[in-house]
Design a protein around this ligand. Structure first.
Ligand code: UDX
Ligand code: ADP
Length: 472
């Protein structure tokens, strides 16, 4: 197997961008071209000012600074970069289908198909093609069928190499990955050689025992399964948070108690307003869809409950705000602390905040958002997208009238009836909550959707405090 000296990654998003930046950082002898059809995105990756990178991720700008221009390049010249590469990563988006067969459940593979066709059309010599995006099981089959039927005499080796990084900790997750899955054709010499070529790339910084080799299908299914298990833990603890609110139990104490059982472990037991992010919901819907397509109704129903509880948790949080504010929020100002789906990222895909906001907007609340990293237009486009894709009794004009985005948290909360914490940004715990209280309309309410604040102290300051999984 020839040594890899040139890699192309198609898709400069949350997965492709950070992953390729780290590969380039750790493998200085390999040229890494990250390409995208979105010209603005590429321009942002090339921006002189590192604060303008399209993705906010702790530690990312330092990695980009080290490698960009040396062996890391961002470009829109897709054909040229495909042609030059020996190894091509497919890192395009795979959203849930919004139309036709499998609408609302199956993964939309149109972007994968388009770029696979492009690889087939452009390639003049053998390539290793790697699925990096999360995909339904047996997508490699689709990729293979397109490549084998279009590419002239070129040999393509297809690998599955799912990404397990979590946003907000992407760089650390990449530097210190628990494991790196490499799925390939273990039955042929060429297949094994392609897998070894990818092992060599990661072995620049990861110990070999963390590079797990499996067949392609196991690799594809392991990614969906990992996300389904993680999301299931959150839905399990969130389901119990509802019971805690009806009793004297405290969900954080319950989580600590069960988490110290080494068989259960403490991670992913933090009760919240509901999980968001581009992966959990999409991957579970996809798993449910695959199970149903295979006639496995009970298995599909089992996993679907994870989503049903998550929707329930977001709705429950919004309804609690309405109930506590005397059964109506119409014309009342609600300050949202946080909009991103978790801290340390500017990503808002499937964020619980937008679902809570849209429930409150149905009741004609005024929403005042503060988030340290999310841009105002993102908040509007999330809400407009949501009202278009699901039935909500509100127009774009009304959204623009009722929703305001602030760059100062104290201003967001000034003259508000309630504050709702939607994202667990560390800075929220450092605020002067006495000062915030002063600016509020009384009685002042706070709904802590992340259980990050000191509730006893807030109560002493005069706040009416409601938190997830805490009885009053
Ligand atoms: C997830 C997986 O963790 C990662 O391995 C995969 O590659 C992509 O999907 P990500 O969505 O970036 O990563 O973030 P994650 O940290 O898993 O959080 C997902 C959501 O769950 C967030 O909204 C987060 O706030 C929420 N969450 C997480 C909880 O509510 N409680 C927890 O205990 C953990
Ligand atoms: P992820 O979280 O999976 O990385 P993103 O949406 O952040 O998803 O990024 C996917 C990127 O893939 C986007 O920037 C999009 O423009 C790009 N993309 C989609 N289809 C193609 C294609 N055919 N060629 C090149 N880039 C593409």
């Amino acid at each position: 197997m020839t040594k890899i000296t040139n890699i192309c990654c198609i898709g400069a998003g949350y997965v492709g961008g950070p992953t390729m930046a780290v590969i380039a950082q750790k493998c200085p002898e390999i040229t890494v071209n990250v390409v995208d059809i979105n010209e603005q995105r590429i321009a942002d990756w090339n921006d002189e000012n590192m604060d303008n990178l399209p993705i906010y991720e702790p530690g990312l700008k330092e990695v980009v600074e080290e490698a960009r221009g040396r062996n890391l390049f961002f470009s829109t010249e897709i054909d040229k970069c495909i042609d030059e590469a020996q190894m091509i990563f497919i890192s395009v988006n795979t959203p849930t289908k919004t139309y036709g067969k499998g609408k609302g459940m199956a993964a939309d593979l149109k972007y994968i198909e388009l770029c696979t066709r492009q690889i087939a059309r452009v390639s003049k010599d053998d390539k290793i093609v790697i699925e990096k995006s999360t995909l339904p099981v047996r997508t490699a089959q689709v990729v293979r069928s397109i490549l084998d039927n279009i590419g002239s005499d070129v040999n393509f080796h297809i690998l599955s190499n799912p990404e397990f990084l979590a946003e907000g900790t992407a760089i650390d997750d990449l530097h210190n990955a628990d494991r790196m899955l490499i799925g390939g054709d273990t039955s042929t010499d060429e297949g094994r050689a392609a897998m070894e070529a990818l092992v060599d790339v990661y072995a620049h910084w990861l110990p070999k025992d963390r590079l797990l080799k499996t067949n392609v299908w196991s690799s594809e299914l392991s990614k969906l399964t990992a996300n389904a298990f993680l999301a299931q833990r959150i839905s399990s603890i969130n389901a119990l948070s509802a019971l805690c609110e009806k009793t004297e139990a405290d969900i954080d104490e319950v989580a600590r108690a069960i988490g110290s059982d080494s068989r259960i472990g403490p991670k992913f037991l933090k009760s919240s307003v509901g999980f968001g992010g581009s992966c959990f919901q999409k991957d579970i819907l996809n798993l449910v869809y695959i199970c149903r397509s295979q006639g496995l109704q009970e298995v599909a129903d089992y996993w679907e409950q994870v989503i049903i509880i998550n929707d329930y948790q977001k709705r429950r949080f919004a309804e609690n705000i309405i109930n506590k504010l005397y059964n109506t929020v119409s014309g009342k100002k609600i300050a949202f602390m946080g909009w991103a789906f978790k801290k340390d990222t500017n990503d808002t895909r499937e964020t619980a905040a937008m679902y809570v906001a849209s429930h409150l907007l149905d009741d004609r609340a005024e929403i005042h958002v503060y988030d340290p990293k999310v841009k105002p237009e993102q908040v509007y486009s999330d809400l407009i997208y949501l009202t278009e894709s699901q039935y909500h009794d509100i127009t774009e004009e009304q959204i623009r009238e009722l929703v305001h985005v602030h760059s100062d948290p104290y201003e967001a909360a000034n003259n508000a009836h309630a504050v709702a914490v939607l994202t667990e940004w560390d800075e929220f715990t450092t605020y002067d909550w006495k000062k915030l209280f002063k600016g509020m309309i009384k009685p002042a309410f706070i709904f802590d959707g992340r259980n990050i604040l000191d509730h006893t102290e807030l109560k002493n300051l005069g706040w009416n405090v409601y938190a997830i999984g805490k009885g009053n």
